[in-house]
Design a protein around this ligand. Sequence first.
Ligand SMILES: Nc1ncnc2c1ncn2[C@@H]1O[C@H](COP(=O)(O)OP(=O)(O)O)[C@@H](O)[C@H]1O
Ligand SMILES: [Mg+2]
Length: 346
Amino acid sequence: MSAAEENAAILEVADMRVWYGTRGDPVRAVDGVSFSIGAGETLGLVGESGCGKSTLGRGTLGLLPPMASVSGSVRYDGRELVGMDPKELRDMRGPELGLIFQEPMTRLDPLQTIEKHFRETLRTHEPDLDDDEVRRRSLEALAGMGIPPTRFKQYPHEFSGGMRQRIMIALALVLNPKVLIADEPTTALDVIVEAQILGILADLRRNFDTAVLLITHNLGIVAEACDRVAVMYAGEIVEQGDAREVFAEPAHPYTRELLRATISLETTGLNYIDGAPPSLIDPPPACRFHPRCPNAMAVCAELAPEETTGGGGQRVRCWLNGPEERIPEGGREPLEREEIAAAEEA
Ligand SMILES: Nc1ncnc2c1ncn2[C@@H]1O[C@H](COP(=O)(O)OP(=O)(O)O)[C@@H](O)[C@H]1O
Ligand SMILES: [Mg+2]
């Protein structure tokens, strides 16, 4: 990323750690993650289930359970969110920091019409809006999600589950947040609604310069909807950069495996990466991916990789990409794996 782009970042997360559990061995769900998003930019966050994506999304907005401990820095528009007064942070959620979660944290109130939900949401943050304006903005947000104006005065139970999810999304978007964190917003929905949501996100960026963190396990969505991509493995970001460059020239073996699994899913219906994701209580030392890595070298089990720049300008943490002078003598030898060594001895 160029210095100019870096300066324009509206959201900057630096060295964030989120550990669950205070006594005993904590789950290190997010372990030293840094990224930034510029106004009008969409960053896709991908990685296998359990690698810490949702924790990162919630942690960014200060929405973690009390048993989670957070460190590092989250700067939004120059203000530090980590450690901010909870009330101040709550007021920023909605108009400035928007969120769409897989399982909505708030539910629609069964006793209130959809109209009432929108009026309250808008008036809470923009008290001076008149009725016409409330109506116009609400219907526009609903129309974007495929909900016709004829249904504005209906109650939540009159809608299907999928429609309620779309109404929740419209409620998050009606405030035109400056930053939007969308955690697998389309996973439970069909492809037509998925396309609508991706269209809406594109409109938000265009019209309101919204910065979007789009969490998904679908690399196709990233290719279609994201400017940049961050690949997460076992609590760490292992590669991030321009989405096209990263997909054209992935520098980290884990990114290559993810891409391979996606392509084989499309062509053969098989979708797996050998081995299971590691425990986040006691993750593998040095490079966390080394036990599953098809290209692991001796150094990978000994030293944590440093961040380097890949061929597509991306930032990557993998010894294959150097830096050469930090790799100890013999470090480039193929990794001797214990199970292989044990099998040979037998
Ligand atoms: N409230 C919680 N308490 C303890 N561990 C949790 C909690 N939420 C998530 N985890 C653990 O943190 C890790 C990351 O989870 P999560 O952020 O949900 O990953 P992802 O969204 O990538 O699937 C997992 O090991 C998960 O079991
Ligand atoms: Mg998740």
